[in-house]
Design a protein. Structure first.
Length: 573
């Protein structure tokens, strides 16, 4: 074997960086670089002196630095220390490769102290291709061969082909060759919610999930969760802390020799009711995922989650993504690329501990559905929607319903020209003190029932620009707006409305109400319409056509009100 054919030497700590080293070796040899990668296990204290020759003949020295890589370098016979010392001695082009959470120790042996001053690059699996390009163009001295590849160096000397197992081994650590199986969880109430690929283990028993980039410590009871059922991705559990119910809890591990990818993240972590932590460890890639609906559905015990490494550039669906993550106090989605997302229905619904949400980075230009998007975010006080493009949204029903703590809401940039449903949109936004809806285009809206119910802190609502010509239902539209003092609805076209029941019920402070242009010719239900509007002293209903009304109970239940020429003629049923 001619050692001069190697140009790049890879140094790494075997127990923590073997998969990364193999990944670099495979990718660089594919690009026809001549790379030395140590396949043999060396005995402690017996540094193979032949490696000195390999290092000496190389131009580039790649040093993979994972957490604690340098901790054992105080041992004079430590392999990594000996390799670094010899690379420094021979003035090689030393390139540190920093993995996540690596920090240099405060002190290093004098013989390798200078390693901390070498210019290197950070490797993240999410952006591996960018890292590789940077490594080639900015750091490596070596050039790829136009003839023999480093892979050829490892071929057997005989003419017989390499065993098939060699290709399988290489394939198992390929960057894009470890896809996770797609989840088949059923959401039927009577069905058991089972752990991915396991027919016995229920999700409610799992207290933590950890992704690993090595199968080195895979136990015998591990099961296959790879998409191709080829054993490239395996899962296993070990006993963990008890669940909230006091039953035995388990720690779930999902591992592969390299990174794990997912073409679909549908319901991947759904219904893990007792799950407290997910450790992605830069081992899980989402850059191929097109579906993230129900991904963290009902993870009620999850208190924090690191999504900074998520690549969502291909995702089209995020509906129900974080529903009922009721213990999460914050969600950092600042790195989310949502340019292809179509559906955001109920995305954050039931995140009842969230206090603020910054979605200023969201590109919603293709989203058509935002119904229930923030429903029951009862602690949410601030929400930044400044970049929202809602020009394609058709459904905003229940969008902010039950956001009890929300004090202000800037929707001035909202384009609602295609929206057909605004029912329950601000239902029980009890702390909302003001809202500017002057830019709302409601020309296609057919449902406005319960739209502002129990917005008890609102003193005024400007709906003077509302186009209601297609609205059919206005039931309980302003019911419970107990601080409203005046309301001018003279612009309302109600010619298609059939239900006005409870429309102003419990508007206790309402003193002025302009309904002068109301067309009630199709209305069948006016029951409780002005129920307990006790501050209202007069109202002109002379233009009301009640010929089709069949329900009118308690319509006039208002102390002290003077109805001017009401002309009400329908039978109270």
């Amino acid at each position: 074997m001619d050692n001069k054919r190697y140009d790049i030497f890879i140094s790494y700590r075997r127990e923590s960086s073997e998969a990364t080293a193999k990944l670099l070796y495979d990718k660089l040899t594919e690009l026809k670089y001549h790379v030395f990668y140590d396949w043999e296990t060396l005995g402690a204290g017996n540094f193979n002196t032949a490696l000195y020759t390999e290092i000496e003949n190389c131009k580039d020295f790649l040093l993979i630095l994972s957490p604690n890589t340098l901790d054992r370098c105080w041992n004079e016979n430590d392999w990594v220390r000996l390799e670094i010392e010899y690379a420094l001695k021979n003035n090689l082009n030393i390139i540190p490769i920093f993995l996540k959470d690596f920090l240099f120790p405060e002190e290093l042996p004098d013989s390798i102290e200078n390693i901390r001053y070498k210019n290197g690059s950070t490797l993240t699996y999410e952006y591996f291709n960018a890292f590789l390009d940077k490594l080639r163009t900015r750091f490596l001295i070596s050039k790829p061969s136009t003839k023999e590849t480093a892979a050829d160096i490892h071929k057997p000397e005989s003419d017989s082909p390499a065993p098939a197992v060699h290709n399988e081994t290489a394939k198992s650590v390929e960057f894009f060759e470890n896809p996770l199986m797609e989840d088949k969880i059923s959401f039927k109430n009577e069905s058991k919610k089972l752990v991915l690929g396991n027919q016995e283990l229920e999700r409610s028993s799992v207290v933590s999930i950890t992704f690993l980039n090595s199968l080195k410590n895979k136990p015998k009871n591990a099961w296959d969760v790879s998409a191709g059922k080829n054993g490239f991705v395996m899962a296993w559990t070990v006993p963990g802390k008890s669940t909230r119910q006091g039953t035995q809890g388990y720690e779930l591990y999902i591992a592969s020799n390299g990174v794990i990818t997912a073409s679909s993240c549908h319901a991947l972590f759904a219904c893990y009711d007792n799950l407290e932590k997910i450790n992605f460890n830069n081992c899980f890639l989402t850059d191929r995922a097109e579906n993230m609906d129900f991904m963290f559905y009902r993870c009620q015990s999850l208190r924090s989650i690191d999504l900074t490494g998520f690549d969502t550039s291909k995702v089209t669906s995020m509906y129900y993504m974080f529903v009922d993550c009721s213990s999460l106090k914050s969600i950092d989605v600042s790195n989310f690329n949502t340019e292809k997302v179509i559906n955001m229905e109920n995305m954050f619904g039931g995140c009842s501990n969230l206090e603020s949400l910054d979605l200023s980075c969201f590109d919603t230009s293709k989203v058509t559905n935002m119904r229930y998007m923030f429903n029951i975010c009862t602690c949410l006080k601030e929400i930044n929607l400044s970049s929202f493009d809602t020009s394609k949204v058709t459904d905003m029903s229940c969008m902010f319903s039950n956001c009890n703590s929300l004090r202000s809401l800037n929707l001035s940039n909202f384009n609602t020209s295609l929206v057909t449903d605004m029912s329950y949109m601000f239902f029980k936004c009890q702390s909302l003190r003001s809202i500017d809806l002057s830019g709302f285009d409601t020309s296609k809206v057919t449902s406005m029932y319960y739209m502002f119910v129990d917005c008890s802190s609102l003193k005024s609502i400007d709906v003077s620009n509302f186009n209601t010509e297609k609205v059919i239902n206005m039931e309980n539209m302003f019911g419970g707006c107990s601080n409203l003092e005046s309301l001018d609805l003279s612009c309302f076209d109600t010619s298609k409305v059939t239900d006005m029941s409870c429309m102003f019920s419990n508007c206790n402070s309402l003193r002025s109400l302009n309904l002068s242009n109301f067309n009630t010719s199709l209305v069948t239900d006016m029951s409780y319409m002005f129920f307990k509007c006790q501050s209202l002293r007069s109202i002109d209903l002379s233009g009301f056509d009640t010929s089709k009304v069949v329900k009118m109970e308690y319509i006039l239940y208002c102390a002290g009100i003077n109805f001017c020429d009401s002309g009400l003629s329908a039978v109270n049923t």
